[in-house]
Design a protein around this ligand. Structure first.
Ligand code: FES
Length: 199
């Protein structure tokens, strides 16, 4: 099990189950669904068959500019956001000095080699920054933040965790609140025209 998974699993295990919110999703397409309380913490821990699914391919061809969708990978919600130019510009204009967690490690973003500055260009899938993909689990105690299909996007325009008030910016970086780290990023790569492989 990876460090990232260990951290997330530990966080989930320490938190009351009523605080978990989950946007239902599909691993194979552009799907969003309504929010609700996640009834069982263990449901966010991958079952044996899901753990076996090391990667999912997501067809993004129907995702419109500005749209956010949620898919499921290894039992966890993954937030995909096709960002508009203004959102990319805002995320890329943020100085590292303004960040609570200015360094991403390979355990937090496996698309990196070693430690890298938490610059938006190091966190987005494509060079232009149109596609941002993050694991939708708050790094404080494991709630699923709002903002993906409704609810507050927080003061920095990304996501807001209602459990204890963490604000994430347009790059999924923690900007205010008790969460200690930026949202984790899954392994991602485009394997076809707008076909994204996660895992
Ligand atoms: S779980 Fe505490 S702020 Fe998100």
């Amino acid at each position: 099990m990876s460090d990232e998974t260990d951290q997330l699993t530990a966080a989930m295990g320490n938190h009351p189950r009523r605080d978990f919110i989950f946007y239902a999703a599909s691993g194979t397409g552009a799907v969003t669904a309504s929010a609700g309380l996640w009834p069982l913490i263990n449901s966010l821990n991958p079952s044996a068959d899901v753990r076996g699914m090391s990667s999912v391919d997501v067809d993004l061809s129907d995702v419109e500019l500005g749209q956010r969708i949620t898919v499921k990978w290894r039992g966890r919600p993954v937030f995909i956001w096709r960002r508009a130019a203004a959102d990319i510009a805002e995320a890329r204009a943020t100085p590292l000095e303004d960040l609570v967690d200015p360094v991403d490690r390979a355990s937090e973003n496996p698309n990196l080699t070693g430690e890298m500055p938490a610059l938006d260009r190091n966190r987005s899938v494509d060079e232009a920054g149109e596609w941002l993909v993050v694991i939708g689990i708050c790094t404080h105690l494991g709630c699923v933040p709002l903002g993906q299909s409704g609810g507050s996007v927080g003061k920095w325009g990304g996501w807001f965790c209602p459990c204890h008030g963490s604000h994430y910016d347009r790059s999924g970086r923690i900007r205010k609140g008790p969460a200690p780290r930026n949202l984790d990023i899954p392994p991602t790569a485009f394997v076809g025209d707008l076909l994204l492989r996660i895992g």
